[in-house]
Design a protein around this ligand. Structure first.
Ligand code: ADP
Length: 522
């Protein structure tokens, strides 16, 4: 159907194409979102790691500022005053256990330590010859020349006799005669426990795990989590302890995992949405297709019915006109014409009845008046009334009526209506061999009526559907024979009301047998 194809195209372009476009767009932007979230997350991790470094840097900067204010300025005066200022400096609450002051070539080396510590002066002095420290000192000197006052942390691994230490080295303002460098000595353990750990715990909160580990072998030295693990989302150098790193990861689950889950959920949701869309589109399409089909049926019905009524009307008119003109002298012929008019009128009223009955049936207003009846009588009457019409149309009529009455509960008018429809069909759908056989019989508690023709037959796939209203088999005879497609649906309704069954046995090009089976009346 042309309009159906149009609707299909309309659906595809107006509904499906934009929906598919939106869904694909959603998929693509989902991936983009994922990247954006991942980037934001990495930025957040970076900031957290940066804040730990910045915090220790700030603390150390404040110590150096204090030292410079009290000691370097004091250093312009006597040696005793310097000593006194350093001793005072060492009493501040810090992790610094010793202060050293020394010259570039180590001719001058002065060592002051906090009371109650066992830092070994010689060990410290030896360390200053260490290549690591020398490199840091050279760098500091260069920066100092550019008027850039900064400081360098150096990690000194301990041995069996000494604990690991951190040297914070910086240049002094170097008035004439003053030593070139100064440095704070801090035990690595104290730095981790008192400076790093509290800050790491603060920034980690309950969402992240922060771990400080050795760069060389990834060995963790402190973690905010009880389980020391070295799986991280991001790592960064730990400024105050060269050779160590900070690692961070999300506590609850890996972010990529969370993202994947969310991604999958969204994908499922979109898939669900699209299937609903497809189902909805299909349902709407089906409804429209049905509506169009019904509209088509309606218009076919009207044209079929008008054609069906036209033929008997034309006949009646023709014979009536002939009679009216008074040209016929032969009484026998006149009689024959009257009979034809009578039969055709009957056929016409049968057709009109069919339509009226159908509309009653549709409105569920069709009523039956049941009585005890003899089905043999009904069939005999039908044959008597129809024999002329049947034989006149070139049909060979065979009848086989059961000898005994066939008593059942039924509505004779309705049953006659039903059988006429079937007989009519047998005549309409026979082409070459014009044969009709009507028989009645009783088998135990059942009364059986068969109406057989040798016509065009009905293909198996249509045999069930011919009882649907308006249904007509599209075949060779459909255009030649007029029909409304109502006959058999009416037959079905009548037989159902009689608690009967219909069996169809048919083979294309061979013929059809309709069997009607009714219960016998008690
Ligand atoms: P219609 O008004 O078209 O005859 P019916 O409901 O009486 O409508 O029949 C439905 C269809 O079943 C017919 O269009 C025809 O194709 C098919 N049919 C009915 N009876 C016969 C038959 N005896 N032989 C072949 N086809 C038949």
């Amino acid at each position: 159907m042309h309009s159906l194809r149009k609707i299909r195209a309309f659906f595809i372009f107006i509904v499906l194409v934009p929906s598919v476009f939106i869904i694909v767009y959603q998929f693509l932007s989902l991936a983009e979102h994922k990247n954006l979230i991942e980037d934001t997350y990495r930025e957040q991790l970076k900031t957290i790691l940066y804040s730990v470094n910045q915090n220790t840097r700030n603390i150390i900067e404040s110590w150096i500022a204090l030292y410079r204010r009290s000691v370097t300025i004091a250093g312009r005066q006597s040696a005793e005053e310097v000593q006194k200022a350093i001793d005072d400096f060492l009493t501040i609450d810090s992790e610094i256990v010793a202060v050293i002051r020394f010259d570039r070539n180590l001719d001058y080396f002065e060592f002051n330590r906090k009371e109650a510590t066992h830092i070994d002066r010689d060990f410290i002095f030896q360390q200053l010859k260490n290549e690591n420290i020398k490199a840091s000192l050279r760098k500091l000197a260069q920066l100092h020349e550019k008027q850039f006052l900064t400081f360098e942390p150096v990690y000194v691994a301990g041995d069996s006799a000494h604990e690991s230490l951190i040297f914070i080295l910086f240049t002094r303002e170097m008035p004439k005669g003053a030593p070139d460098y100064a440095g704070f000595i801090l035990p690595a353990n104290a730095v981790i426990e008192n400076m790093l750990a509290p800050e790491m715990r603060r920034v980690a909160g309950s969402d992240f795990v922060l771990t400080c580990f050795q760069s060389e072998d990834s060995r963790p030295v402190y973690s905010t989590d009880d389980q020391l693990s070295n799986v991280f989302d991001l790592t960064n150098k730990l400024w105050i302890m060269p050779g160590f790193q900070l690692g961070i990861r999300l506590e609850i689950a890996e972010l990529p995992g969370l993202l994947r889950e969310q991604f999958q959920r969204t994908v499922w949701f979109l898939a669900f949405l699209s299937s609903i869309l497809v189902v909805a589109a299909f349902l709407i399409y089906r409804t429209i297709r049905k509506e169009i089909y019904l509209a088509q049926l309606k218009s076919d019905f009207i044209s079929n019915v008008s054609h069906e009524l036209k033929t008997p009307l034309a006949l009646i008119r023709m014979f009536a006109e002939t009679l009216e003109l008074g040209r016929l002298q032969d009484e026998k012929q006149k009689q024959e014409y009257y009979e034809i008019i009578g039969h055709e009128t009957e056929r016409l009223s049968h057709k009109v009845n069919n339509i009226l009955n159908f509309s009653r049936m549709e409105a569920e207003k069709k009523t039956y008046s049941f009585q005890r009846i003899d089905l043999n009588e009904i069939i005999t009457k039908l044959i008597h009334n129809y024999a002329y019409h049947i034989e006149n149309n070139g049909f060979k009529l065979e009848k086989d009526i059961a000898p005994a009455p066939l008593i059942m509960h039924g509505d004779s008018d309705a049953l006659i209506e039903a059988f006429i429809n079937v007989v009519d069909n047998a005549m309409k759908y026979s082409k070459e061999e014009k044969f009709l056989r009507i028989s009645t019989s009783q088998r135990e508690k059942h009364i059986i009526v068969t109406i057989e023709d040798h016509g065009i037959g009905i293909h198996k796939e249509h045999q069930k559907r011919i009882f649907e209203k308006f249904y007509r088999v599209s075949g060779a005879l459909i255009h030649e024979t007029k029909g409304s497609g109502l006959g058999l649906s009416l037959v079905q309704h009548i037989i159902d009301a009689h608690k009967g069954f219909i069996e169809v046995k048919s083979e294309p090009a061979k013929g059809t047998i309709f069997r009607f089976i009714f219960p016998v009346a008690d």
